[in-house]
Design a protein around this ligand. Structure first.
Ligand SMILES: C[S@@+](CC[C@H](N)C(=O)[O-])C[C@H]1O[C@@H](n2cnc3c(N)ncnc32)[C@H](O)[C@@H]1O
Length: 266
């Protein structure tokens, strides 16, 4: 696993729920996801502290949540989630391999064909895979994003869907390459970013004043326009079947700041 994979989670695990907990329409998201889930199981990429996965598991679904940050998964575990929620430490860019390895370690009986080679694991497939709140952008290279999309496609059941929630970036000519802004999380936090418009990679850090100095919380992201998401999906045989601007299924248009897109097999 690369250091970058754990960068965001390790930077924000101790404050994630406090800073962001009230910012989301979690109720709307859970409702929409329950309507899309079919019979399950569900997989969440970047499960974090379990904001979505815990209520989905509590609603009766088997949920697998993958996260690259042990610190985030410790926060999730402290909430004593339902037994139907399985948390797996690993890079979502290799989610199919991580889950196969995890199944192989945890349950030899899942070996396929009874050939006992210890490596060919019966893959679990999912009716719903989720990647919420800009988490897909934490894969900070085009290669990692394309690879993740491919692994997601391989893990979906025939009628399964992949749901992505992500910010809509500014138009290319409006992208600010260097910025230092007050953060919406309060606490006097500022956010410094540096953006390469060619690679679309943003390197940022949240700067938090503390009694002993400034606490730096670094992160990296590669922003994508909605049509670029569609391009990654198309490359692996997926196509958008719905796109909303909110979890309440408000229509998406040219002024929308967020998109929630549902992908299925083309
Ligand atoms: C913005 S938080 C979202 C948490 C949760 N899904 C939610 O909606 O509240 C992003 C999460 O993705 C995880 N993450 C970032 N990059 C990852 C990667 N390459 N593989 C696995 N998890 C990753 C972070 O550790 C963090 O927990």
């Amino acid at each position: 696993m690369t250091d970058d994979a754990a960068l965001y989670g390790d930077s924000f695990a101790d404050v994630y729920d406090e800073w962001y907990g009230d910012m989301f329409d979690t109720e709307g998201a859970v409702q929409a996801l329950l309507e899309l889930a079919g019979s399950g199981p569900i997989c969440e990429l970047g499960v974090g502290t379990g904001r979505l996965a815990i209520p989905l598991a509590a609603a009766g679904f088997d949920v697998v949540g993958i996260d690259a940050s042990a610190a985030m998964l410790e926060r999730l575990a402290a909430k004593e989630p339902p037994a139907s929620l399985t948390a797996v430490l690993g890079d979502m860019g290799s989610v199919a391999e991580v889950l196969a390895a995890s199944a192989s370690e945890g349950d030899g009986a899942k070996n396929s064909d009874g050939d006992c080679d210890g490596h060919s694991v019966q893959q679990q497939r999912f009716t719903l895979i989720i990647c919420a709140f800009n988490t897909f952008l934490n894969l900070a290279s085009e290669e990692a994003q394309q690879r993740c999309m491919g692994q997601v496609a391989s893990l979906l059941t025939e009628n399964g869907v992949f749901v992505v929630e992500s910010v809509v970036p500014a138009e290319p000519e409006e992208i600010v390459t260097e910025s230092l802004d007050e953060s919406s999380v309060g606490h006097g936090v500022t956010v410094r970013t540096s953006t390469d418009v060619h690679s679309q990679i943003i390197r940022g850090e949240h700067l938090e004043p503390t009694a002993t100095g400034t606490r730096r919380r670094p992160w990296a992201a590669r922003y994508l326009r909605p049509e670029q998401f569609d391009g990654l999906a198309s490359h692996v045989g997926l196509a958008p079947i719905e796109r909303w601007s909110s979890w309440r299924r408000e229509p998406f248009d040219g002024d929308s700041l967020t998109h929630i897109t549902v992908y299925a097999r083309a």
